[in-house]
Design a protein around this ligand. Sequence first.
Ligand code: C5P
Length: 220
Amino acid sequence: MSFSWRGLRVLITSGPTREFLDPVRFLSNSSSGKMGWALASAARRLGAKVTVISGPVSTISPKDVEVKWVTTALEMRRQVLKTAEKADLIISAAAVTDWRAKTVATEKIKKKNGEIEIALVPNPDIIGEVGEIKKKDGAKARKFPALIGFALETRDVESSALKKMWAKNLDMIVANSPASLSSENIRATLLLKNGVKRKLPLLPKRLCAQAILKEAESFL
Ligand code: C5P
């Protein structure tokens, strides 16, 4: 019998986060959110109930998918932790901004000549935190969601991605390079906790999303 996604609850984080320095300026990255939408659309088509927690993007969300809009990493974390327990699968495709300002200036920072220093603090690792909860709760009978992460690497792509998969307690990690940021296409390698490795060719994100979900069926 073939695997059924019907009724499975899939939670996806997507897009960048914005970390404000003052009321008008922020730190972010160039994520378009296209991979998150492609995953949402593919999971929806298979019959899953899909929620996307998305940072600010200009791309259009797919039909029949619930979207919770957030701006900062802390807002994304709050939404994920609120929803995680109800999910069967969490896919972390968001490009969370690694740092935020230690204090956000309430007034616009005045422009002046010379260097300025802004203290940054690290943002929490959202999927890592969920992975930590999953590890602690491992002994309980309650079913905890399967976890898929992404790893964007410029060098030692596979070994760095594998390290992240283990550190964050993920079931699968999708290793890819910065060439896929904002692009229509992605060249990815799927690395699974059970040792399976699938090198995918350069594919439109829609087809890569389908391949990721197909592979996930082995641990759902
Ligand atoms: O940034 P990093 O390479 O560690 O990202 C790997 C995975 O962790 C991605 O799936 C990303 O969405 C997730 N992540 C997260 N919270 C962060 C940083 C990354 O959930 N603060």
